[in-house]
Write a protein that binds this ligand. Structure first.
Ligand code: TMP
Length: 211
């Protein structure tokens, strides 16, 4: 038996994160890992889902970038303390659609909040609580946005400029470079090839957990 793990899936809109989370759960179950919880950020507790709504919908009043960051951290704390940490303590596995890297990429890269501020908040609130594995699905913003446009109207964040998403992607790429616990997957490919890559990388990682 492998000790419970916290796995995070990251990437821009249209990178295929949500399907990847479901697919990863299936692969883990085939590997005889039974109790797996799927969560999304912001969200996955009643209060965090309310915050998600504030973040994703349009308002008559502008949300300033620091408020956006703090709202996301409020939702994150609620989820980590209420769901993720207790689950890991019980021995369950947790797969999260997004986590801290999203804040560095969107609020840091996209909105231009100083990275030190985000890191300080992260450290202050979550200390050394980090995922065991992060799969970053790298997609060019043009390709990702084309995919989400097929789903319907864009929300408050999806509606941001291509420049915003390019800056967000660049920040992702900058931050994953020297972190051995983050694996980059090319999500510009068709879904079949992306899922093959996810499976290969995940199985390779799982095998290492037994050593
Ligand atoms: P999604 O679940 O469809 O990806 O929606 C979540 C949105 O919230 C997405 O547009 C990215 C945004 N977000 C941030 O800007 N910063 C964060 O730290 C997180 C977790 C999400």
């Amino acid at each position: 038996m492998i000790k419970s793990k916290f796995i995070v899936i990251e990437g821009l809109e249209g990178s295929g994160k949500t399907s990847a989370c479901i697919y990863i759960k299936k692969i883990l179950e085939e590997y005889n890992i039974k109790n797996i919880i799927l969560v999304r950020q912001p969200g996955s507790t009643p209060i965090a889902e309310k915050i998600r709504k504030i973040i994703k919908t349009f308002h008559t009043e502008d949300i300033i970038k620091e408020t956006e960051l703090l709202l996301i951290y409020a939702a994150r704390m609620q989820l980590v303390e209420k769901i993720i940490k207790p689950a890991l303590k019980r021995g369950d596995w947790v797969i999260s659609d997004r986590h801290y890297l999203s804040s560095l990429a969107y609020q840091g890269g996209g909105l231009g909040i100083n990275k030190n501020i985000i890191n300080q908040i992260q450290h202050l609130l979550l200390g050394d609580f980090f995922p065991d594995l992060t799969l970053y699905l790298d997609v060019k913003p043009e390709i990702g946005l084309k995919r989400i446009l097929k789903r319907g109207a864009l929300d408050r964040i999806e509606n941001r400029s291509l420049l915003f998403f390019n800056k967000t992607r660049n920040m992702y790429l900058k931050n994953i470079k020297f972190n051995k616990k983050i694996i980059k997957i090319n999500a510009n490919l068709n879904i079949r090839n992306v899922t093959i890559n996810i499976k290969q990388q995940l199985l390779r990682w799982l095998k290492k957990q037994f050593i």
